[in-house]
Design a protein. Structure first.
Length: 315
């Protein structure tokens, strides 16, 4: 199966209903890297006269920090990055994800998996397959049945096993990134059958983000390049669930002194939004990373005035 998402010759105009979003996980406050993603997606929406939504991706409850969602919202507001609709929370949307999972089960696209990460690593080692650093292990298909079938509702909710999506052979995805150009990924060779619901009962990011983007009518996804490798999986899911595929734009990552992606897991310093002057300084650093030039640098300019200039400069 080869699925291609072609580049539109005439990108949607504001009249066509541009809807973008910023979707942070509440595992800590915003840092410089997450502000770059927030600013880039906000500017893209404003430049196109569209709406910008805020979604809190709090599915992975063991990693969520109480109060982090409120802190993130306060930081965005301090930077003048206002969203257009009520903040949504993935934790309140479990029924939507379960419904999508049941659709895929009805289509005989799922199967239960009992493999631990160590078991997968051992299997790959036996096959002499090495996983590059900072990349996911390709699932070798250990639990994949010879012929697909649907499973009972009770088994589908069994928390003793994970549920994987059964990929067809030759599952190649082609799409056009609005910033990085043509992209290709062979899901069989580079990912393997991936998990949609974990053995602890939690839905995975891949399923949740696809359902959320479809349900919220997201037309444009502007996010960090660290999520580029997820896009092919999401496009494939959109296709088999009958959802429209948004336009994708992946922004350059902010790296630390070791060349690693800035992240909360590596204790990245939170942005300073204690007052307007500090918030504006953080915005200016983010804009510089995004390649915006010619923006006003005077001390008396307000955040609103600066954001208006940044929106005009955005391409």
């Amino acid at each position: 199966m080869i699925l291609a998402v072609s580049k539109l010759k005439n990108p949607p105009s504001p009249a066509d209903g541009y809807r973008g979003r910023f979707a942070p996980s509440p595992t800590g406050p915003l840092h410089a890297g997450s502000l770059v993603a927030a600013l880039g997606s906000w500017l893209d929406a404003r430049k196109n006269g569209g709406k910008w939504l805020l979604r809190i991706e709090d599915l992975d409850t063991p990693r969520c920090i109480p109060g982090a969602d409120q802190q993130i919202q306060a930081q965005l507001l301090a930077c003048g990055l206002l969203w257009d609709e009520d903040t949504s929370y993935q934790s309140a949307r479990q029924e939507l994800y379960q419904s999508a999972l049941e659709v895929l089960n009805h289509q005989e696209q799922l199967y239960p998996c009992h493999c631990s990460r160590q078991m997968i690593a051992n299997t790959l080692a036996a096959l002499q397959i090495q996983t590059p650093r900072n990349q996911e292990m390709v699932y070798p298909g250990t639990c994949k049945p010879e012929s697909p079938r649907g499973y009972s509702y009770g088994l589908l909710n069994n928390t003793k096993s994970a549920w994987r999506l059964s990929l067809p052979k030759d599952c190649q995805i082609h799409f056009e990134d609005m910033l990085l150009g043509p992209q290709d990924q062979d899901l069989n060779e580079q990912v393997g059958d991936f998990v949609l619901k974990r053995s602890d009962g939690l839905f995975t990011y891949q399923l949740a983000v696809v359902v959320d983007d479809a349900q919220q009518g997201i037309t444009h996804v502007v996010r960090g390049a660290d999520l580029l490798s997820n896009t092919a999986r999401q496009i494939y899911l959109q296709n088999i669930l009958g959802y429209k595929t948004p336009h994708y734009k992946h922004l350059p990552l902010v790296l630390d002194e070791h060349g690693e992606k800035l992240s909360k897991q590596t204790l990245a310093t939170q942005i300073n939004t204690q007052d307007a002057a500090h918030a504006l300084a953080e915005l200016r650093k983010a804009a510089k990373h995004l390649g915006l030039v010619g923006l006003p640098d005077g001390e008396r300019i307000t955040i609103a005035e600066w954001l208006l200039a940044a929106t005009r400069a955005w391409i």
